[in-house]
Design a protein around this ligand. Structure first.
Ligand code: PMP
Length: 351
C-alpha cells in the first residue's frame, strides 16, 4: 500500500468486463470475427514489425489519408484512436467540462459509463424500449442544457437492434445544434436493412454529428486496436489534441491500411457472417427463443432472470457467451460449425 491517495470516485467507476477466454472453450463473447488476417494483411503486419525500434507516426498521417479517401471526407475531419473505445474517451475529454452530461441508451456499449466518468462528465442512461430498441423520444426528453454528447449506437451493442432513417432524422432535427450526436457504427458493415442509414451522410449534412467506426469487427483487427472518427472539423481537431501520443502503433496503422485495400475480400467474409446471423436467429426462434431483429454480428437473447443460468449451461457445453446481469445474453456469430454447436446447446437448454 502507498500513502498516495487515488481519485476519490474510483470506487464508483463502472468496471469494463471484457468477454472471457476459457481454456478449451469456444469464445462467442466479444463480437470478433472468426477468420485470422488475410495474407495481404499478415504481410503488412510482418513488414511493419521490422521497424518497431522506431516510434510510429503519431499523427497517423498515412492511415488518416487512406480513410479520408475511403469515406470521401477531407482529412481534417478524420481522427484515429486506439480502438473506437479510445475515441469515446477522447470525445468526453475533448468536449465535456466537468459535470456536463453524456446521454445514451441503456443497455448499450459497456464502456460509455466508464469513459464518461473518467472525463468527469455525468452519464444519463435512457432505458431501451420493451422491444430492445433506442427510445429516441425519451432520449430527446432527457436532453438538458448540460447535455454535450448523445450516443446512438447503431446497431446497438448488445441488442443488435438498429435505428432506421426516418426515426433518426426526426431525432437529429430535434436535437439542439449545440449537442454532439455520436453515431457509434462499430457494426456498420453487418447492416443489411436498407432503411438503416449510413451515418456519414449526416456528418456531411449537419454540423453536430460524428460517426465512430472500428477495424476491430468486420475488418478483423480487434487485437491491434484501431478505430476512427469522422466528425465536424473542430471536433476531429479536438480529438487529435487529446490523443495520447503514439498510442496507435505502427503495426496497427499498417494493418488498417492493408485491410482497407482488401475490403472486397473482407466484405465477402462479412456476407457469410450475415447469412449465418439470419440462420442462427431463425433457428433460435424455431427453438422457442425471443430474438430481436439484429443488424450486427451477434444475436441478443433477452432471457431476464434466466440469463446467468443460460450462460452457465453454455459454458458446460464449452461455449463462452456474454451474459448481462439479469437482462440477457449476447452471442457472437461465428463459423457455421461453431454456430451449430451453440444452436445444439440452445436447443438442449430448452429440452
Ligand atoms: N462501440 C461499440 C458499439 C462496440 O461494441 C465496441 C466494441 N465492443 C466498440 C465501440 C469499441 O471497439 P474497439 O475499441 O475495439 O474499436
Amino acid at each position: 500500500m502507498s500513502a498516495v491517495p487515488t481519485r476519490s470516485d474510483l470506487g464508483s467507476l463502472p468496471v469494463y468486463v471484457p468477454g472471457r477466454t476459457v481454456e478449451g472453450a469456444i469464445k462467442l463473447a466479444s463480437n470478433e470475427v472468426p477468420g485470422g488476417p488475410l495474407p495481404s494483411v499478415a504481410k503488412a503486419i510482418v513488414e511493419a514489425a521490422a521497424n518497431v525500434n522506431r516510434y510510429p507516426d503519431s499523427g497517423c498521417n498515412a492511415l488518416s489519408a487512406r480513410i479520408a479517401t475511403e469515406v470521401d471526407f477531407p482529412v481534417s475531419q478524420i481522427a484515429i484512436g486506439c480502438g473506437s473505445v479510445s475515441l469515446c474517451q477522447q470525445l468526453a475529454q475533448a468536449v465535456c467540462e466537468p459535470g456536463d452530461e453524456v446521454l445514451y441508451a441503456w443497455r448499450s456499449f459497456e464502456a460509455y459509463p466508464t469513459v464518461t466518468q473518467v472525463a468527469n462528465a455525468r452519464s444519463i442512461k435512457v432505458p431501451l424500449t420493451a422491444g430492445h430498441e433506442h427510445d429516441l423520444d425519451a432520449m430527446l426528453a432527457a436532453i438538458t442544457p448540460r447535455t454535450k454528447v448523445v450516443y446512438v449506437c447503431n446497431p446497438n451493442n448488445p441488442t443488435g437492434t438498429a435505428v432506421r432513417r426516418e426515426a433518426l432524422e426526426r431525432f437529429l432535427d430535434a436535437v439542439p445544434s449545440t449537442v454532439l450526436v455520436v453515431l457509434d457504427e462499430a457494426y456498420r458493415e453487418f447492416v443489411t436493412d436498407s432503411e438503416v442509414p449510413d451515418g456519414l451522410e449526416y456528418v456531411r449534412s449537419r454540423e453536430n454529428v460524428a460517426v465512430l467506426r472500428t477495424f476491430s469487427k468486420a475488418y478483423g483487427l480487434a487485437g491491434l486496436r484501431v478505430g476512427y472518427a469522422v466528425a465536424p472539423e473542430n471536433i476531429a481537431k479536438a480529438l487529435r489534441q487529446v490523443y495520447v501520443a503514439f498510442s496507435v502503433n505502427m503495426i496497427a496503422q499498417a494493418a488498417a491500411i492493408a485491410s482497407l485495400d482488401a475490403s472486397d475480400e473482407l466484405m465477402a467474409r462479412v456476407k457469410e457472417i450475415v447469412g449465418e446471423r439470419e440462420r442462427v436467429r431463425r433457428e433460435l426462434i424455431d427453438a422457442g427463443y425471443d430474438v430481436p431483429d439484429t443488424q450486427a454480428n451477434f444475436v441478443w437473447l433477452p432471457l431476464g432472470e434466466e440469463t446467468p443460468k443460460f450462460a452457465e449451461f453454455a459454458l458446460d457445453h464449452k461455449l463462452v457467451l456474454r451474459p448481462y446481469a439479469t437482462d440477457g445474453v449476447r452471442v457472437t456469430i461465428s463459423t457455421p460449425e461453431e454456430n451449430d454447436l451453440f444452436l445444439e446447446a440452445a436447443r438442449a437448454y430448452k429440452a
